[in-house]
Design a protein around this ligand. Structure first.
Ligand code: FES
Length: 211
C-alpha cells in the first residue's frame, strides 16, 4: 500500500530548505539511522557571543520524510540559541509538517539526532563541556528513547514498552520489553536496539527479553 504524505512533507521534499555543506563549520555531525541505514549530516555556524545558530545546512542520504524533516528542523533551528535548538523534538518536526506516517517517524528521529549531535560537538569543542557518555541505565534509556515502534510512530520508552533496564558488572545489558513474540515489528525493534546499544564501545552481551 502506498504511503500517504501531507502536502507540507511533499513541499519540503521537493524544495528542501538549507541543503548543502558549510565550509569551515563550527560544528558538524553525521548520524545514521539504525532503523533503515540512511544517513544525515548537519553543519552549523554559531555566533560565539550569543551562541545563536547563524547558519545551518544539511546533506541527506535518506528518504523523502528525512529530507522533509531535516528541512523543517533547519528552519526551526535558524537563529535559535543552541539551548533552544536542543529542545526541538522529532514530534515537533513531524507536527510542523502536518504529521508523518507512523512507519516514517524514525526519519524525523534521524534528523533531530543529527542536529543534537552537531550541537553536542559544538559544546564540546567550543565550550569545553563534558558529557557522561558511559554505559549506564540513563544513557541506555536515552538510546531506547529514539527507538520508534513503527505500528504507532511513538518511541518504546514513552509507550512504556520498556519495563526493565539492567547492566551487570561485566557490562552485559538486559532489557525487558512488553511485546508479543509474533509482533510484526519485533524483529525491527530488536535489530535497532542492538545497533543503538552497539555504539557503547565497552558493552558486553545484549539480551532482550519479552514479558
Ligand atoms: Fe531511512 Fe527515512 S527510511 S531516513
Amino acid at each position: 500500500m502506498a504511503i500517504k504524505y501531507s502536502e507540507k512533507v511533499i513541499e519540503h521534499f521537493q524544495n528542501p530548505h538549507n541543503v548543502g555543506k558549510i565550509e569551515n563549520p563550527d560544528a558538524e555531525a553525521t548520524e545514521g539511522s539504525p532503523a533503515c541505514g540512511d544517513q544525515l549530516s548537519v553543519y552549523l555556524k554559531v555566533d560565539p557571543e550569543s551562541h545563536r545558530i547563524k547558519d545551518i545546512k544539511f546533506q541527506s542520504y535518506g528518504c523523502a520524510s528525512n529530507i522533509a524533516t531535516a528541512s523543517i528542523i533547519t528552519d526551526l533551528a535558524t537563529n535559535k540559541t543552541i539551548e533552544e535548538a536542543k529542545k526541538i523534538t522529532w514530534n515537533q518536526a513531524a507536527d510542523e509538517l502536518g504529521g508523518l506516517p507512523p512507519v516514517k517517524m524514525h526519519c524525523s528521529v534521524l534528523a533531530v539526532d543529527a542536529l543534537r549531535s552537531a550541537i553536542k560537538y559544538y559544546e564540546k569543542k567550543h565550550l569545553g563541556k563534558k558529557f557522561d557518555e558511559g554505559l549506564n541505565k540513563k544513557n541506555i534509556e536515552n538510546e531506547l528513547n529514539k527507538v520508534i515502534y513503527g505500528k504507532i510512530g511513538v518511541d518504546i520508552v514513552s509507550l512504556r514498552l520498556v519495563k526493565y533496564i539492567g547492566v551487570d558488572e561485566k557490562n552485559n545489558v538486559l532489557i525487558e520489553i512488553v511485546l508479543k513474540k509474533d509482533d510484526p515489528f519485533l524483529e525491527d525493534l530488536q535489530h535497532e536496539i542492538n545497533e543503538r546499544l552497539g555504539k557503547f564501545p565497552d558493552i558486553g552481551e545484549i539480551k532482550i527479553s519479552l514479558i
